[in-house]
Design a protein around this ligand. Structure first.
Ligand code: CU
Length: 111
């Protein structure tokens, strides 16, 4: 999903009927391992296109209400807030993508 805005804006909330919770995440390198973490918002600098994709910023569905097929279109509502605090809500659909190899938390057994 590609997001761009003519003014400084941020994606502050995502919601979808397919899951209980929807979070915005980013990938960060930590101890040479890519991990994801929840972020409160995704900044959209004026005129710049920000891409949401596996391995980068993404929207994560927590506690899915039903099985989701890869590639199926997921309806969701995105809430944006600009620098003046003005909010705008947009309804979209976006294709579901697999996680790739990015576990949420690492549970390595170490000796
Ligand atoms: Cu995630």
């Amino acid at each position: 999903m590609l997001l761009s805005s003519p003014t400084d804006t941020a994606l502050i909330e995502a919601d979808s009927p397919i899951s209980k919770h929807v979070e915005t995440h980013e990938m960060v390198m930590q101890d040479n391992v890519m991990r994801m973490r929840q972020i409160p918002k995704i900044d959209l600098p004026a005129g710049q296109t920000v891409e949401l994709k596996p391995g980068s910023y993404h929207i994560m569905f927590i506690n899915l209400k039903a099985q989701v097929q890869e590639g199926s279109d997921i309806p969701m509502t995105l809430t944006f807030e600009d620098v003046n605090g003005v909010r705008q809500t947009i309804s979209i659909t976006a294709p579901a993508r697999p996680l790739a190899s990015a576990p949420h938390s690492n549970h390595h057994q170490k000796h």
